[in-house]
Write a new protein. Structure first.
Length: 187
């Protein structure tokens, strides 16, 4: 069987068109090989090199943006720390603090129903002053009062807030535990 196929191929090679087709095929393959070696191969390497450069540039840009955001956050944190340090260094008496809270309540149209103040124990160089307030107002006024506590000249935070609706009106009663931190004497 292989001998018959071989004989048919040898017979076909005698025909001039078959020989020209084979020569044309070999020349076409040689042309494809030349184009591949001298054009496609360098272009492929150049494209791959450009992709690597683009990836590196993207990483550099992302890193620069990240560093800029970190620098901005660090600057903001430094400002906040300076403000906190300033608030901690503010020398305030209990009477002045009561007056500041009363002024804040009047400004936000909040009624103070009851109030109690207690000196906390000194810990880590800070002396807390604990305020327990029962206040009554509408929700927007109460919200303004609670957010205004942070604007006081001392480091004062609302530790706990329990809100209940008043039974006789649309006003809201709030029981607030507020802490003011101060540097202890000698620190």
């Amino acid at each position: 069987m292989f001998a018959a196929i071989k004989a048919d191929l040898v017979f076909s090679l005698r025909h001039p068109r078959v020989r020209y087709s084979i020569v044309g095929f070999v020349l076409a393959m040689l042309l494809v090989l030349i184009v591949g070696v001298f054009f496609w191969w360098p272009v492929m390497h150049h494209v791959n090199r450009l992709k690597v450069e683009m990836d590196n540039r993207r990483r550099e840009i992302a890193s620069a943006e990240h560093n800029a955001r970190l620098a901005q956050a660090s600057g903001h944190a430094a400002q906040q720390m300076a403000m906190i340090e300033k608030k901690l260094d503010t020398s305030v008496t209990q009477a002045a603090l009561v007056q500041n809270i009363a002024t804040l309540a009047r400004r936000n149209k909040v009624t103070i129903i009851s109030e109690a103040y207690e000196e906390g124990r000194e810990k880590d160089g800070y002396a807390p002053l604990v305020h327990e307030l029962m206040v009554q107002a509408g929700y927007p006024e109460l919200r303004g009062f609670i957010s205004g506590v942070q604007q006081l000249p001392t480091l004062t935070i609302v530790q706990e807030a329990i809100l209940t609706r008043s039974s006789n009106s649309s006003a809201i009663k709030a029981q607030l535990n507020i802490i003011t931190y101060r540097r202890a004497a000698g620190h």
